[in-house]
Design a protein around this ligand. Structure first.
Ligand code: ATP
Ligand code: MG
Length: 656
């Protein structure tokens, strides 16, 4: 069979690993199976061995100390080991990779770019760390980082790690209220920001927002360190605010890394808030770094000369694990992008790939769908010949978008790694490791080493074989979150009460006849139509596979006869006008794709969908609108464009 051709199995379209890729892949199906079996049979031995992939100041003698019993819940890995994360990301590479590019920064404006070697990055981080010390930051202090995607954001994170401070990065697109909430929650008195950010040709008033947040937080913020990005005039408060370039003037580049216990906190990061109030997820030092480094290596088939680009913002966990900690721990070259996929035009991603010879590329379904809307031309106008692996994360990827990514962007050469994971898991958990498995568009596929997934029904009965249910993980892994910061009970309640002894992911999942896992969406979003349980992802993917549809979100609403009816919000491809015939056609299309049971009862054509700032569709808001109960929409502070909600309310199909 030729490369890039699919076969139809009983369950889904299946693509074999592209031949040329398989010939050079680090993993084979056999090696994956062997390593996976070893990781499950004897986790202590497996992680004892793989923990050595990073450098320890004092080696660990214990590997795993975990109890998931709700009375005594604790998660510890390598707990008597001592190490420093920044030394692992920098110092240990100096001898062999000192002159290798560590970070490539690509600015918002094309042509504005800058490359930094490991040696240069080491110097920059040591100086930054000395500035933090000079301004009074101590081991264990929480430091909030509210920054655009500039190199100093990475310096700040690594500098905290170097001196043992705990960072809490807050995405630069968040409002002053959202920032203040996160500052207060972790009692952080030190804030790092910049005068302004630049995204898609527009300026973002970060310092102004930071000032407002400091006011709202009522005196909590004692020190602000400000990085100059645009040079616009900003107000500086005497005694509280310091310019980085002034504070760093003449500062020493000598800053020995602080020896940290493996279980000392590394960072706090708040979840996206798709389902409610964001949780302050706490990750620690040793296990997290092993997990970040190991998953980055295997998920991307990493080679020494790769140029790797993850398009996430450092404000999300993807930016933590897969822009900064994973790649740098592995001595890789990581690209950091300040801009957006469509500025100055829809070719931008692929032009950057050509300019910097990017070989490993990682983005989100929302970006792929947005670019798909613009057609193939902006992609075809570029070469992309350096690309080797394409990744996705954040939401289920609709098979339609997967096919486009595979055929149009990757020209059938590059395996697609659809990585399912969460802020809580620290790194990838269910993923088709490249070279190790056939690919099914839309399937998360197989567990990473050490991950034991299980599917259960509502009563907690473990389901065998081909089935669908709630997704649990039945044993700990080194990258697991350790607690909700300041609220250990919330950690227990959220993840361990529903199915005692197991970690509950909150996601629904299907396992097919070939043992592939398919994430079907959040459990809260499951629809029950006349007793048939349905994941939202499946109905949405059926809609998106229609030529006229760019994006779709599906929720349930109370229905007199069926219990729940299906309400679909649909965004059309640029240039398509909605009419009755199209609506009928969409219903027919879903019936044909899935069956009559999945027919949408109501379809609302929407110019835009409410999304979190990380680009995830926020179905809980759509559910309220569909229920015609929109007076209390819950926490909307993490919405990217709150105004789309009003339009949706005005045009809802279900008015009482
Ligand atoms: P909150 O927990 O505050 O509601 P959130 O769950 O959106 O927010 P994240 O940790 O950013 O916060 O997202 C993790 C969730 O994203 C997963 O639980 C899953 O629902 C979804 N997800 C991430 N990657 C994938 C993927 N590859 N396939 C399917 N779903 C994914
Ligand atoms: Mg979540």
């Amino acid at each position: 069979m030729a490369d890039g051709e699919a076969v139809m199995t009983e369950t889904a379209k299946t693509y074999p690993v592209p031949e040329a890729f398989a010939a050079q892949a680090n993993l084979t199906p056999e090696k994956y199976r062997e390593m996976y079996a070893a990781s499950i049979e004897d986790p202590e031995a497996f992680w004892g061995e793989h923990g050595k992939r990073i450098d320890w100041i004092k080696p660990y003698t214990t590997v795993k100390d975990v109890s998931w019993e709700t009375g005594d819940l604790h998660v510890k890995w390598y707990s008597d080991g001592v190490l420093n994360v920044s030394a692992n990301c920098l110092d240990r590479h100096l001898e062999t990779r000192g002159d290798k590019p560590a970070l490539i920064w690509e600015g918002d404006e094309p042509g504005d770019s800058h490359t930094l070697t490991y040696r240069q990055l080491h110097t920059a981080v040591c100086k930054f760390a000395n500035v933090l010390k000079k301004l009074g930051v101590k081991k264990g202090d929480r430091v909030t980082i509210y920054m655009p995607m500039i190199l100093e954001a990475a310096y700040a994170m690594l500098a905290c790690a170097r001196i043992g401070a705990v960072h809490s990065v807050v995405f630069g697109g968040f409002s002053p209220e959202a920032l203040a909430g996160r500052i207060t929650d972790c009692e952080s008195d030190f804030l790092i920001t910049s005068d302004e950010g630049v995204r898609g040709g527009r300026k973002v008033p970060l310092k102004v927002n930071a000032d407002k947040a400091a006011d709202i937080a009522g005196g909590m913020v004692k020190t602000m360190l400000v990085v100059k990005r645009t040079g616009s005039d900003v107000a500086m408060q005497d005694g509280r605010d310091h310019w980085l370039h002034e504070a760093a003037d003449g500062i020493s580049a000598d800053c020995p890394p602080e020896p940290m216990n493996a279980e000392d906190p590394l960072f706090i990061l708040y979840t996206s808030g798709s389902t409610g109030k964001p949780k302050g997820v706490l990750h620690t030092t040793g296990g997290y770094l092993v997990w970040a480094s190991m998953t980055h290596d295997y998920v991307f088939d990493l080679k020494e000369d790769d140029v790797y680009w993850c398009t996430a913002d450092v404000g999300w966990v993807t930016g933590h694990t897969y822009i900064v900690y994973g790649p740098l721990a592995n001595g890789a070259t990581s690209l950091m992008f300040e801009g957006v996929p469509t500025y100055p035009d829809a070719s931008r991603f692929w032009k950057v790939c050509d300019d910097h010879k990017v070989s490993l590329f990682y983005t989100a379904p929302t970006a792929i769908r947005a670019l798909m809307r613009e057609g193939e031309e902006p992609v075809r106008a570029t070469s992309r010949s350096s690309l080797r692996v394409l990744g996705t994360v954040g939401e289920p990827i609709n098979p339609e978008a997967w096919e486009w990514y595979f055929h149009v962007v990757g020209e059938q050469r590059c395996p697609i790694v659809d990585t399912w994971w969460q802020t809580e898991t620290g790194g990838a958990m269910i993923v088709p490791l490249p070279g190790a498995t056939d690919m099914k568009p839309g399937a998360g596929s197989h567990p990473f080493f050490g991950i034991k997934p299980a599917l259960v029904d509502a009563e907690g009965n473990i389901l065998d074989g081909a089935t669908e249910g709630n997704l649990l993980i039945t044993d700990s892994w080194p990258g697991q979150m350790r607690t909700v910061y300041g609220d250990h009970q919330r950690f227990i309640d959220t993840y361990f009460m529903a199915y005692p002894g197991n970690y509950f992911t909150g996601d629904g999942c299907r396992r097919d006849e070939d043992g592939f896992y398919w994430i079907t969406g959040r459990v809260d979003d499951v629809i029950n139509v006349s007793g048939h349980r349905m994941g939202t992802a499946e109905v949405e993917s059926a809609l998106v596979s229609h030529d006229a549809v760019a994006e779709a979100a599906v929720v349930g609403y109370p229905h007199d006869v069926k219990g729940q009816g299906i309400y679909a919000y649909v965004t059309l491809v640029a240039g398509v006008e909605p009419d009755d015939a199209l609506l009928k056609n969409l219903v027919q299309h879903v019936r044909a794709e899935i069956g009559p049971i999945a027919s949408p009862d109501l379809i609302q054509i929407a110019p835009g969908l409410p999304k979190t700032r990380s680009g995830k569709i926020m179905r809980r808001i759509l559910r309220k609108i569909a229920e015609d109960e929109y007076s209390n929409l819950g926490d909307t502070s993490t919405l990217a464009e709150p105004e789309v909600v009003n339009d949706l309310i005005d045009n809802r199909q279900n008015k009482k």
